[in-house]
Design a protein around this ligand. Sequence first.
Ligand SMILES: NC(=O)c1ccc[n+]([C@@H]2O[C@H](COP(=O)([O-])OP(=O)(O)OC[C@H]3O[C@@H](n4cnc5c(N)ncnc54)[C@H](OP(=O)(O)O)[C@@H]3O)[C@@H](O)[C@H]2O)c1
Length: 336
Amino acid sequence: MKAYHLNGHAGAGRLVQVDVSKPEPANGEVRIRVEAVSLNYRDLLILDRAGQGELNGRVPLCDGAGVVDAVGSDVVQWQVGDRVAASYFRDWISGPFKASYIASALGSNALDGMLAEYVVLPATALVSVPAHLSAVEAATLPCAGVTAFHGLVARGGMGKGDTLLVQGTGGVALFGLQFAAALGARAIVISSSNEKLARAKALGGSILINYRDTPDWDVALMKATNGAGASHILELGGPGTYDRSLRSVASGGKIVQIGVLTGFGPKPDLARLQWENADIIGVTVGSLEHFAAMNRFLTEHAIHPIVDRIYGFDEVAEAYAHLRTGSHFGKIVIRF
Ligand SMILES: NC(=O)c1ccc[n+]([C@@H]2O[C@H](COP(=O)([O-])OP(=O)(O)OC[C@H]3O[C@@H](n4cnc5c(N)ncnc54)[C@H](OP(=O)(O)O)[C@@H]3O)[C@@H](O)[C@H]2O)c1
C-alpha cells in the first residue's frame, strides 16, 4: 500500500510517499481502508518539528475516515463495510482527560496517523460516520469538530441566547460557528478578510469584524454587543489575541482555551476573569464519547462541515502549502 512518512529533509521533501506492506489487524483490531483525510494547523507544527529528525518514518495526520476492510478476532462491534472515523486520542474513550492519553494522539510523537491507504486501530478507537456525511466531510471531524464541540457544547454548555466569538475562519472556528447557529446562539466572527466574513455571515455569523482593518476588535465587539461581551469565546490565537479575548468576555462567560495561531505562551492579565466571574476552559480535542455525541448533534441538525478544497493523494505537499497560506475557509481535505 501507499503511505506518507515524515523525515528530516528540508522543504517539500519532508513528506515522502512510500510503499509499505498492508497492516494486518490483530485481536481486537480493525483495518480501515482510508477514503479521505483532513489537515489541521497542528499538522503544520508537526511538519516543522519533523525537520529536527525526531519524527522520521512517522505517518502524519490525525483526521481520517474510511471503510472497515478487515477485523481481527474478538471484534464484535464492527463489520467489513462499516463507515468509520478514527478518534484523535486512541486511548481517550470516555470520562475525564488523563495526561497519559497525550501519547495516544494519532500522527504525532508516538503513533502513526491516517495518511496511509490502510490503517489498523483498536476497535475501541473508532466511531460510526453519520449517514448524511460523505467520507470527505467525515474526515474533517476528529480534531477540529470534536475540539469545538467538547469546548463549547459538552463543557461550555452553549445554548440559545448565548453569544459566541470565533477567531478566524479555519477549521475549529467554522465548526464553532455552525454549532452556535444550530443552538440558536448569536455568533461574532473576526477575520482577516471581508470576503470570508461575507461567507461566515451566510453560515449564521451576525456580528462581523475585520481584525486587520479593526485591530481593536475587542472594542468593536463590546460596542456591537452594547457592552455585554461574548458569553463563549473560542480562543484560537494565543499571545496575539488573548488579552482582547479577556476584554471581550461577558459576565459569567467562558473562554475556551484552544489555539496557538500566533504562537505559544500567552501571559494574560487574568484579573478581568475575577471581576466578571468568568471561566477558562482548557481543551485538548476530546474523547471518543465527545466524538459520538457530536455525531448525534450533526445528524440532528443536518450539519455538513465546510470543506474549502479537496486534493488528491499525490498532492499532499500542495495541500499542506495551501493550509500554510491561511487563505482557506474551513477544512482542507485529501481524498484517496
Ligand atoms: N487545543 C486543542 O486541542 C486544539 C485542537 C484543534 C486546534 N487547535 C489549535 O486551534 C487553532 C486553530 O486550528 P485550526 O486547525 O482550526 O486552524 P486553521 O484551520 O489553520 O485556521 C487558520 C485561520 O485562523 C485565522 N487566524 C490566524 N491568525 C489569526 C489571528 N491573529 N486572529 C484571528 N484569527 C486568526 C485565519 O482566518 P482568517 O483568514 O479568517 O482571519 C486563518 O485562516 C490552532 O492554533 C490549532 O493549533 C487546538
